[in-house]
Design a protein around this ligand. Sequence first.
Ligand SMILES: O=c1[nH]c(=O)c2[nH]c(=O)[nH]c2[nH]1
Length: 301
Amino acid sequence: MSAHTADVVLTTARYGKDKVRVFRVKRESDGVHYIVEYNVTLLIEGDIDVSYTKADNSVVVATDSMKNITYYLAKVSDYILVPEHFALHLGTHVLSKYAHLHKASITIEQLRWTRITVSGQDKPHTHAFHRDGDDKRVIQVVLEKTDGKSLSAKVTAGIADLLVLKSTGSAFEGFIRDEYTTLVEVPDRILSTSVDLEYHFAPVSIPVPTDPKLLDFSIPKNLGEVKGTVWDALSVAERARQCTLDLFATDESASVQATLFKMGERVITENAGVDQATYKLPNKHYIPVDMNYLGVDNLTP
Ligand SMILES: O=c1[nH]c(=O)c2[nH]c(=O)[nH]c2[nH]1
């Protein structure tokens, strides 16, 4: 809202449902189960001003209905196992169903569940899983109506809370020394951070579905031809996580900044459809305790 002396106008309006918890088991005929756990946020925009300015609820899709739509699609969508694709399906469904809505923003946070490998068995278990990390996949999809026949889709994906530490292979030297500097230069230090990554896929266009059940959302069949794009989202996510860990482990780090840039470079060069990457690597300090007063050197590794 913006205020003037004479009147107050509504400039933008957006609402929706936060943290819809979704857990889906996909049972294959060979007895193998696939599971996903998501926290889904769905926000919508469109011709909804009168619900704010005139108390007219006739344009309001209840947030409770948004939760039900999310549950319904989680049950019936073929795309549930890939959060980027599920978010595209959910947004496409909502914008096709409600003509007065123009824009949908979906965020999905995916929790880790990895198959247990039972001692003595060569294959991972068919239906038992463990949480093998606190890091999450985070997906954001913004879908907007363009010409009535198609939707423009901006998809970003990434990682949150991937906690890493290395006990050597990291230096920090040569930085500005002036009257504010107390930090000691070190050729070798412990480096730890909680990795936060967001990468942008090149924008895509999605046809508006014509099926009465609005479930004819479809993605290209031949994933081989789309390596590194949004249609290859699971492999992109695996490569992004693995190259982040690889670089963190192997880079002789001159600084967080220099290591961060190398990570971003790898994410972009390994994935043809990714045109931008943003890392946040907050330094988690492990400062050695000075024990020289006890005659013990704890400052030299
Ligand atoms: O890799 C680092 N970059 C910095 O900019 C910085 N600043 C700081 O105090 N320690 C570090 N480490």
